[in-house]
Design a binder for this molecule. Structure first.
Ligand SMILES: Nc1ncnc2c1ncn2[C@@H]1O[C@H](COP(=O)(O)OP(=O)(O)OP(=O)(O)O)[C@@H](O)[C@H]1O
Length: 379
């Protein structure tokens, strides 16, 4: 008897779950195309996350963990599942929701309203930290000054630090985020396509730490497909915010995403396969040194480049030779660089704002002039 025949009832029409062989099929798993019932889907989904947590020793009993909560599907499912697993398997974690308000009107204000509801639904404490309070800039102001082109870079750098600072404020050393397998595979692809070997080697690490920061960051959804997160949230009727950010995703990441989605259509396992390839890739020492030298030479100096705009328009922030435990000379926050990345970007913004104001005293020439100004002066 074939597998298909085995999963049919006596009536011959109703197909049964390929796992429990007793309940009705409801879902075709995007990860392996298995046809299973809802209950088995919940079970495999939650168990895979639990196994990732256990096999990577992500937590220790009594640990305080902040969940980076944006109100979107990934972090909402993360909050729900972590709370569930914490109770089911007795992890002994103290969970807190930590949200960053980037100041994007019509987007983040609405998604934060969702997090406020999640706080009540999941009975978890919530801390909100804003760019306005930390940096005296909102993302809306940054985009109106620097343009939309590099908005993801600004936002990413500032958010990383904001999450660190929010966690530090709560006396927490560990932040978990809802980055999933698709995000990770995209990052691997992007780094391959850019030839960015230094980043490629670390792009599949489940636990990371910003240089200089005591805060650990981990991704329990490293092996979880985005489509399965959406299915889980849908069937569990979780309350999440589903609108995309007002500012378009980084152009190159968008291209890698499309490429990966097309590959996934042909071969569903390709997301896991790309991560597997990334995990097992080992760079030769020689290559690492060559990358470092290439940057130095391009800069014409012995110091590595601080801020570099790549050909595809994205920004790369280099190092300045400081060690862990040092502090940024501008904001005083822990940083392995003389000036932390957030301050580097903010300094560029302040300069452009000042220059724009000066130029606007004369003839105003609209958005094109703003963009030109920024591009000429920033870095
Ligand atoms: N404003 C924020 N506050 C707190 N955490 C955030 C915020 N934005 C993003 N994160 C964290 O970073 C993860 C990845 O964020 P990204 O911007 O890629 O959004 P996403 O993939 O749409 O995730 P989500 O569906 O959770 O919004 C999120 O799952 C969340 O854990």
């Amino acid at each position: 008897m074939t597998n298909d025949e085995k999963t049919k009832t006596k009536k011959g029409n109703l197909k049964l779950c390929e796992l429990c062989k007793s309940r009705k099929q409801a879902i075709k798993r995007p990860k392996n195309l298995q046809k299973i019932c809802k209950e088995c889907f919940y079970h495999v989904f939650e168990t895979e996350i639990h196994q990732t947590i256990v096999s990577n020793n992500l937590f220790f009993p009594g640990e305080k963990v902040a969940i980076g909560a944006s109100g979107g599907k990934d972090s909402t499912v993360l909050a729900y599942v972590l709370k569930l697993l914490n109770e089911r398997y007795n992890y002994g974690l103290e969970l807190v929701l930590l949200s960053i308000d980037e100041g994007i009107v019509g987007y983040r204000d609405d998604s934060l309203a969702t997090v406020q509801r999640n706080k009540i639904q999941y009975n978890l404490p919530l801390e909100i930290v804003s760019y306005r309070d930390l940096y005296n800039w909102t993302m809306d102001e940054i985009v109106s000054c620097a343009g939309i082109r590099n908005s993801c870079t600004y936002c990413g750098v500032l958010r990383r630090q904001a999450l660190d600072r929010g966690a530090a404020k709560l006396g927490i050393n560990h932040v978990v985020t809802g980055h999933n397998a698709d995000d990770m595979a995209e990052t691997v692809l992007m780094n391959i396509l850019r030839g960015d070997l230094a980043r490629l080697e670390n792009s599949t690490t489940i636990c990371t730490k910003s240089s200089g920061s005591p805060i650990k960051r981990s991704k329990p959804f490293k092996y979880i497909y985005q489509k399965e997160i959406v299915l889980y949230a849908h069937y569990k009727k979780l309350d999440y915010f589903s609108t995309e950010c007002t500012y378009a995703p980084e152009a190159f990441r968008g291209t890698a995403r499309v490429l990966m989605k097309n590959l996934e259509k042909i071969r569903s396992s390709c997301i896991t396969d790309i991560i597997y390839s990334g995990e097992n890739l080992v760079l030769k020492e020689k290559k690492k040194r060559q990358q470092f030298k290439k940057k130095q030479n391009a800069n014409g100096s012995k110091e590595p480049t601080e801020v570099e705009i790549r050909n595809d328009g994205s920004i790369s922030l280099g190092k300045h030779g400081f060690k862990d435990g040092n502090r940024c000379t501008r904001c005083g926050y822990l940083s392995s660089n003389t000036i932390c990345k957030a301050c580097m970007l903010l300094e560029g913004l302040e300069k452009s704002k000042a220059k724009i104001m000066l130029e606007n005293d004369g003839v105003t020439d609209g958005a094109a002039k703003l963009t030109r100004t920024l591009e000429s002066l920033t870095f």
